[in-house]
Ligand binder design. Structure first.
Ligand code: GAP
Length: 511
């Protein structure tokens, strides 16, 4: 679907209507920035997680899994720097009373300038047709070059105020750029304040600072504190990785984009432990590997771009995002961070335990460096759902809503439909279901006309509809309808396993 707000609203209502995502505790009017995954949503989410897990743990001999607890010793978060530095710079508009992240206001301002350039490029492409050379146009057109310079200047200023943690200069930058509140249209801003994003709670019955524990704001620390346990018990040799999927919690102040930014969300993180000095090689390797993983889904290369960080998190010496073209524009989907030896060194210091690795190749002990890949399951879910959702014009005034999910990710792989609810067709359909269900998540449906049932399956992205009719009883054949082409083919029942298996297998994606 095209990039605009209406399309985004369609995605949200489709997610609700077809059992993908519901607002949390909806009967009490919901809880902001918290969502529940419904019957189809949980299947899609599990398939996304499976695709990631297989690509990390099953495809790499030197990557193993972990499932650490959400609660961790409170000192973990002192050591990691989250207690002192896991802050967002917030600013309020006094007229609309809306609260924003100051860095996001500036980034959105930059994006608007970039959009102007893209519009000029698109106009020129239309004017010059086949003869158009985009690279040449971008490097010679006066307006485009001027705006590029402007972007570079703002990015440098943003980076400087953030790195210096200079909130006064940061506010001045917003004033100087003339940024207005998207709601009130005014420039009537408060000062900028830092806000810590961690949720704290009490352990047991004792109140007070000593017993404050946190809901983890990232899963990564569970990996760091277990690094030596895994290395020793798994006899792992550097380079090796530890992968984990789990919940993380952040008290996000500005959380308005459905499941894009939530207070309770899920991360898929992998920490890759490497020799000090080799981090740039692995940084490039994981950037490329992760981009390939995304592109294998087949949505099109134009949906992805890298964004190199100007301001590093407190632990990183290089960082890039894989950004995805969501219905509301390009936004971060995944982060690839070179975390140096920051975390392990900090944990050594705070715990007093050595977290070193003896490298037989170098014949020396060191604290390994770490390369991290970190992606939000929910953001990945939104990327997949919003891009797969299409309204197709079928001609003659007819249309259909279809979820063009990669078959391996589809919640239901095949729907088994008896043509009518009599003459022994339901029984035959159930026989087929009873065979297929051992390998695939299938659905049996007998209500409504076959046409209506096809449409319902299209809307949840089911790759195949199998219709059982009177001929089935005679010769053990069924029709199998392909979601993408809507073409139907008559095949023998004993061919179904291999037809479905071939189409929905993860192997194609992973290769
Ligand atoms: N361990 C590194 C780390 O947590 P991050 O860039 O803060 O890095 C990684 O988060 C990924 O987690 C993001 O790229 C995004 O996909 C996801 N994520 C972060 N905050 C989120 C939120 N509030 N809601 C949903 N997903 C979020």
């Amino acid at each position: 679907m095209a990039a605009n707000e209406d399309d985004f609203k369609k995605v949200i209502s489709h997610a609700k209507e077809f059992g993908f995502v519901f607002p949390s505790s909806e009967i009490y009017d919901g809880l902001s920035a918290t969502y529940d995954y419904a019957q189809n949503g949980v299947e899609l989410k599990n398939n996304i997680k499976k695709y990631w897990w297989m690509s990390m743990v099953q495809m790499h001999e030197n990557i193993v899994g972990l499932d650490a607890a959400i609660f961790m010793h409170p000192t973990t978060w002192k050591a990691s720097g989250h207690v002192d530095a896991f802050n967002d710079p917030l600013i309020d508009n006094k007229d609309s009373k809306k609260r924003y992240r100051a860095d996001v206001l500036v980034e959105d301002h930059i994006e608007k300038i970039r959009e102007k350039n893209n519009k000029d490029v698109a106009k020129a492409a239309k004017r010059f047709g086949d003869a158009f050379n985009e690279a040449e146009f971008r490097s010679t057109n006066g307006n485009v070059l001027r705006r590029e310079e402007e972007i570079k200047k703002i990015e440098a200023q943003l980076s400087e105020v953030q790195n210096n943690e200079d909130l006064v200069a940061f506010k001045q930058l917003i004033d100087d750029l003339g940024i207005i509140c998207p709601v009130s249209g005014s420039k009537n801003w408060t000062e900028i304040r830092q806000f810590n994003l961690m949720f704290g709670t009490e352990l047991g019955s004792v109140a007070g600072d000593a017993s404050t524990i946190y809901l983890r704001p990232e899963t990564a620390q569970g990996i760091f504190v277990n690094y030596l346990n895994v290395q020793k018990t798994g006899r792992m040799k550097i380079p090796f990785g530890i992968a984990q999927i789990g919940k993380a919690f952040r008290n996000e102040i500005v959380a308005r984009q459905f499941i894009f930014r939530m207070r309770e969300f899920e991360q898929m993180e992998m920490q890759f432990f490497i020799q000090p000095g080799s981090q740039m090689k692995w940084y490039e390797y994981w950037k490329e590997t992760r981009m390939k993983w995304h592109k294998a889904l087949g949505f099109g290369d134009e949906y992805y771009r890298f964004h190199d960080h100007l301001k590093m998190a407190h632990y990183a010496d290089a960082a890039a995002d894989i950004e995805f073209k969501f219905p509301f524009g390009f936004k971060e989907l995944e982060g690839i961070h070179s975390r140096t030896d920051f975390d392990l060194t900090q944990h050594e210091e705070f715990s007093g335990k050595k977290l070193r690795y003896f490298d037989p190749e170098l014949n020396e002990s060191y604290v390994p460096y770490v390369l991290e890949t970190s992606i939000g399951v929910d953001r990945m879910f939104l990327a997949v759902l919003s891009t797969a959702l299409k309204e197709e014009d079928l001609g003659e005034g007819k249309s259909r809503v279809v979820l063009n999910l990669p078959p391996a990710l589809a919640p239901i792989k095949a729907a088994i439909l008896p043509l009518v609810k009599k003459d022994g067709l339901p029984e035959k359909a159930r026989e087929i279901m009873d065979v297929l269900k051992f390998d695939h998540n299938c659905m049996y449906e007998e209500k409504d006309t076959v046409g209506k049932r096809y449409r319902r399956q299209d809307a949840i992205g089911t790759p195949f509809c199998i219709t059982v009719d009177h001929q089935t009883l005679e010769d053990n054949t069924v029709t199998i309808r392909d979601r993408e082409t809507m073409e139907q083919e008559r095949v023998a029942i004993d061919q179904l396993q291999s037809i479905i298996g071939d189409k929905v297998s993860m192997t194609k994606l992973l290769k």
